[in-house]
Write a protein of this length. Structure first.
Length: 356
């Protein structure tokens, strides 16, 4: 698929810019008919369409801190540091996506006929930026992230640095040599660790200066559904990754077993969240996640069947050859949003279960 687009346009009405950015967030591709500006170009390059998963992680961590303070008398919450941590997480995610594209290109994984270059423009292969320009962007984004980390560490202590560097390690060595976590079935556990305990726990730490163990436990359900998204993507790429010797967990498991694991990663989100409520870790408003069950039902139906040979009627042409990942992402976005809303209501309109 040819993803080459004209150079970014600067004289665009504000409404057209916003609509173009909205389309990018919805499709992970440049707008089909609207002009592309520089901001839009970098939204595509950084794969901003998947940022909601990171935003939910940050908001979950901060709202857990707010609920712990207002309902359970926990430590006070610094809203400024909370929001600064969320910004740092989004920047880290942007850097991670660019790092992956850089090292997968230099390592010979990303080519014109590999999956990554088929469903959306590849920054380097499509000629949008050079390797040098992408490296510069990675350095700049990481430098801003490092500055945020240092500010938080000065105020909250050195444990912030431990959380940040652990996330950076997974981000860089997910595809970078010599470790290449993704190539050895360790990419999925790495994503679970980052989007759960590190992001959610790290934001709680930034907001309050403390990190109780129950927060790490409560981070597990959301971490599972984010990992399901990566599972879906790697199931979509089983054939291509097998040829390249990239042994993701779906490659190791095989498609049928990987689809079963992907289903359970999503299913377990619900009973584990219920257990968190029953244990008194969070208030019952988070049970609003049941509103995502109809979406889950449809996604599970997709995961129960092998990937079709081609896009069915009505399927976005620009999204193919991805299949499972799109459905898993839609579920995660819905379920994560409802979990975040529930945590907000827990803080604003707290309810108590009669036995707690």
């Amino acid at each position: 698929m040819d993803h080459t687009v004209p150079s970014p346009v600067t004289t665009i009405p504000v409404r057209e810019r916003l609509l173009a950015w909205k389309e990018i967030f919805e499709t992970a591709n440049p707008p089909a008919t609207r002009p592309l500006d520089t901001v839009g170009k970098w939204l595509v390059i950084t794969r901003a369409a998947v940022f909601p998963m990171t935003i939910w992680s940050g908001l979950i961590g901060g709202l857990l801190a707010v609920e712990a303070n207002r309902v359970h008398g926990g430590p006070s919450v610094d809203w400024g540091l909370f929001l600064l941590a969320v910004v740092g997480l989004v920047l880290a995610h942007a850097a991670n996506n660019m790092i992956n594209d850089y090292f997968d290109t230099t390592g010979g994984v990303d080519t014109d006929d590999y999956v990554r270059a088929l469903y959306a423009p590849h920054p380097i292969l499509s000629g949008w930026v050079t390797k040098r320009q992408l490296t510069t962007a990675i350095v700049i984004v990481n430098a801003i992230g490092a500055a945020i980390m240092l500010v938080l560490a000065v105020i909250r202590g050195p444990l912030i640095i431990v959380f940040a560097l652990a996330g950076l390690f997974v981000s860089v060595f997910y595809v970078a040599p010599p470790i290449r976590l993704k190539h050895h079935g360790l990419g999925e556990p790495g994503v679970f660790l980052v989007w759960g305990p590190l992001m959610i726990g790290g934001t709680f730490l930034a907001a309050t200066g403390t990190i109780p163990g129950w927060v790490l436990l409560v981070s597990v359900p959301y971490a599972l559904i984010v990992t399901a998204v990566l599972f879906g993507k790697h199931i979509d790429k089983i054939e291509a990754d097998t040829k390249l010797g990239v042994r993701t967990l779906p490659v190791i498991l095989g498609e049928a077993r990987a689809r079963v694991v992907g289903q359970w990663l999503m299913i377990l989100f619900y009973p584990l969240t219920l257990l968190a409520v029953l244990a008194g870790f969070v208030g019952p408003w988070v049970l609003l996640i049941v509103l995502a069950l109809p979406r889950l039902r449809g996604v599970l139906a997709v995961f129960r069947q092998p990937k079709p040979a081609g896009p069915p009627p009505g399927y976005p042409a620009r999204g193919w050859p991805l299949w499972f990942v799109g459905y898993a992402f839609i579920h995660t976005r819905r379920a994560g949003g409802l979990l975040t809303l529930g945590l907000l209501l827990n803080a604003l309109v707290p309810l108590r279960l009669p036995w707690l």
